[in-house]
Design a protein around this ligand. Structure first.
Ligand code: HEC
Ligand code: HEC
Length: 306
C-alpha cells in the first residue's frame, strides 16, 4: 500500500488492469451529518416501537403505549364532523320544511345531506337522481307529474308513511268483470286520451263509455283520465291519496304501449312505496325524522317540487 493510498484511505484491495490504471477500494469515513442522521433514525425507531403499534405478533401486534389506532382516529374525526354539523342539524330538526326552504344556507345543507340519503336508500328503485324506472313502475321524481302530489307536505307524507298503489285487475280471467274485447276497447280509449292516433274510433267510443260507466275507471282516474290528483268525477274532486296516474299526458308509470296498457288494465298493478318513518320507536324504521326531512327537501328540489 503506497503512502498516497494511506492518505486517501483505501482498504488495500486493488485490481490491476492491463493499461496500468488499478481499480482500488476506498475506505473513507462517512460524513458526520450522515452518520448523526442515521443514529437519529435508530433512536426514533426505538421510540416509535414503544409508542405506536409496531411489531406483528401471532394474534395481532404490539399496541404501543399511546393507544393510537386508525379506528380511534377515524372515530375522533367522525365525532368532530358530527359536532360541526350539530348546530345545523338542531335547526333542521326544529324548523318546518317551509322555513328551511326559505333559508338558502340551511336548505342547501339539507339538500346535500338528502342527496346522500337518497343515493343510499331510494336510488335502487327510483334510479340515481330520481329518473325513475318503468320496469317495476318506479315513478320519476324529477318531473312535475305527481301521483300523490309534489308539495313539501305530500312528499314528506309519502316518504314517512309509504304509499300503496292499487289498480284493480279488470279482465274476467284475472278476477275482473270485463271480457277481452272490452279491455281492448279501453286500451284504445287510453291511447286516444293520451293524444295518439287510435286505430279504431268505434273501439275508442266503446272504451270511453266503459271508462265512465260500467268499468268506472273514472272513479279513480277522474273524468277523461286526468288522474286522482287533479281529476274530477261529475265536478267532485277524486281522492288524491288513490295515486291513480294521469292518463292524458305522455308520462307513463308502467308504459303506454298497447301491450303494456293491456297488461295493466287486465291484470292490475300494485306499486308499493315503502314507509320510511312508521315504527321507528319499535324496530322497523330505516330513516330518522331528520333524515326524512332532508330527503324530502332533496326530492322537492329535483325539479318538480310545488
Ligand atoms: C322498493 C322500491 C322503492 C324504494 C326503495 C323507494 N321507493 Fe319511492 N316509490 C316506489 C314506488 C313503486 C312508488 C309508486 C307508488 C305507487 O305506485 O303508488 C313510489 C313513490 C314515491 C313518491 C311519490 C311520487 C309521486 O308521483 O307522487 C315519492 C315522493 C317517493 N317514492 C320518494 C321516495 C324516497 C325519498 C325514497 C327513499 C327514502 C323512496 N321513494 C324509496 C318505490 C320505492
Ligand atoms: C280503484 C281505483 C282505480 C280504478 C277503478 C282504476 N284504476 Fe287504473 N290505476 C289506479 C292506480 C292507483 C294506478 C297506479 C298503480 C300503481 O301505482 O301501481 C293505476 C294505473 C293505471 C294505468 C297505468 C298508467 C301508467 O302510467 O302506466 C292505466 C293505463 C290505468 N290505470 C287504466 C285504468 C282503466 C282503463 C281503468 C278502468 C278499467 C282503471 N284504470 C281503473 C287506480 C285505479
Amino acid at each position: 500500500m503506497s503512502e498516497h493510498d494511506k492518505e486517501a484511505g483505501t482498504t488495500g484491495h486493488q485490481w490491476d488492469d492491463d493499461e496500468g490504471y488499478p481499480l482500488k477500494e476506498y475506505s473513507n469515513p462517512l460524513p458526520r451529518w450522515w452518520l448523526y442522521t442515521f443514529y437519529a433514525t435508530i433512536v426514533f425507531s426505538v421510540g416509535y416501537w414503544f409508542l405506536y403499534p409496531a411489531w406483528p405478533l401471532a394474534d395481532g401486534f404490539t399496541p404501543g403505549t399511546l393507544g393510537w389506532s386508525q379506528y380511534r382516529q377515524l372515530d375522533e374525526e367522525l365525532a368532530e364532523a358530527k359536532a360541526a354539523r350539530k348546530p345545523f342539524d338542531d335547526q333542521l330538526a326544529q324548523l318546518s320544511l317551509d322555513q328551511i326552504r326559505q333559508d338558502p344556507r340551511l336548505a342547501a345543507y339539507a339538500i346535500a345531506a338528502g342527496k346522500a340519503i337518497f343515493g343510499d336508500n331510494c336510488a335502487p328503485c327510483h334510479g340515481s337522481g330520481g329518473v325513475g324506472a318503468k320496469v317495476g313502475g318506479f315513478p320519476a321524481l324529477v318531473d312535475d307529474d305527481w301521483l300523490y302530489g309534489g308539495t313539501l307536505e305530500t312528499i314528506h307524507a309519502t316518504v314517512d308513511n309509504g304509499r300503496q298503489g292499487a289498480m284493480p285487475a279488470h279482465l274476467d280471467s284475472a278476477g275482473g268483470a270485463l271480457n277481452d274485447q272490452q279491455v281492448r276497447d279501453l286500451v284504445e280509449y287510453v291511447v286516444a286520451v293520451s293524444g295518439r292516433p287510435a286505430a279504431d274510433q268505434e273501439a275508442v267510443a266503446r272504451g270511453k263509455e266503459l271508462f265512465h260507466g260500467d268499468a268506472a275507471c273514472n272513479a279513480c282516474h277522474g273524468d277523461g283520465g286526468k288522474g286522482s290528483l287533479t281529476g274530477k268525477v261529475a265536478g267532485e274532486a277524486v281522492d288524491a291519496n288513490i295515486g291513480a296516474p294521469n292518463l292524458t299526458d305522455a308520462i307513463w308509470l308502467f308504459g303506454g304501449e298497447r301491450d303494456t296498457l293491456y297488461a295493466t288494465i287486465a291484470q292490475g298493478r300494485t306499486g308499493h312505496m315503502p314507509a320510511w318513518g312508521a315504527g321507528f320507536e319499535g324496530t322497523g324504521r330505516k330513516l330518522d325524522p331528520l333524515a326524512i326531512k332532508q330527503v324530502t327537501l332533496y326530492v322537492h328540489n329535483l325539479g318538480g317540487g310545488q
